[in-house]
Write a protein that binds this ligand. Structure first.
Ligand code: GAR
Length: 200
């Protein structure tokens, strides 16, 4: 059985999407642990409701924790701290970011992309380095921004793509499978604004 840790500091919607995706795959068992550096984070409520084991893990204790707890993959999902190299060396860490990196690194990326007037943004999944949102890119998926699109609509589309993309990419990495863009867009989420391969 594969073991993953999902680290988040806040809402936890990606965490929930990942848990639900793997609970629908009884032929591929994944043991999930939720870790949060914020004792009041909603991600912890979600873990309780979903029956997933969880732990409050203060930032300063990451090194000690990952030195003795081994995971096949450590998945950052809204984790709001920069992990130092001595922690990153203890596992394989990936992150999701709500823009097409290397554009719009850092906080409030969805809002900043929208305000800049870009016509294509999207979602990136990448390896984590101590360079914020700067590690090697694993997967990306576009979201088109029409001139009549309202910010809320754009933001919802970004999150819908995140929730669809992240679980698939995690599965591919855990299975050590080579994958291509077309493997990620097998069935349209209905939220792609016509940008996905199926809707073109
Ligand atoms: C997600 O949109 C994720 O891409 C973003 O935080 C949100 C967490 O939402 N991460 C970053 O901006 C990383 N630089 P969630 O807690 O509901 O999964």
């Amino acid at each position: 059985m594969k073991r993953i840790a999902i680290m988040g500091s806040g809402n936890g919607s990606n965490f929930e999407a990942i848990v639900k995706y793997f609970s629908g795959k009884p032929d591929f068992a994944v043991d999930i642990t939720c870790l949060s550096d914020n004792v009041n984070a909603y991600i912890i409520e979600r873990a309780k409701n979903l029956g997933i084991k969880y732990k409050y893990l203060p930032f300063e204790q990451n090194g000690k924790y990952f030195a003795v707890n081994n995971f096949d993959l450590i998945v950052l999902a809204g984790y709001m701290r920069i992990l130092p190299d001595d922690v990153l060396n203890l596992g394989k860490f990936i992150n999701i970011h709500p823009s097409l990196l290397p554009s719009f690194k850092g906080k409030d990326a969805i809002y900043r992309a929208f305000e800049a007037g870009v016509k294509v943004s999207g979602v990136t999944i990448h390896y984590v380095t101590s360079d914020i949102d700067g590690g090697k890119i694993i997967a990306q998926y576009p979201v088109l921004i029409g001139n009549l699109m309202h910010f809320d609509e754009f933001e919802n589309e970004i999150h819908a793509v995140e929730h669809k993309l992240y679980p698939i990419v995690i599965e591919k990495l855990l299975k050590d499978e080579v994958f291509d863009f077309t493997d990620l867009v097998g069935s349209c989420s209905g939220n792609c604004s016509g940008g996905c391969a199926e809707c073109h």
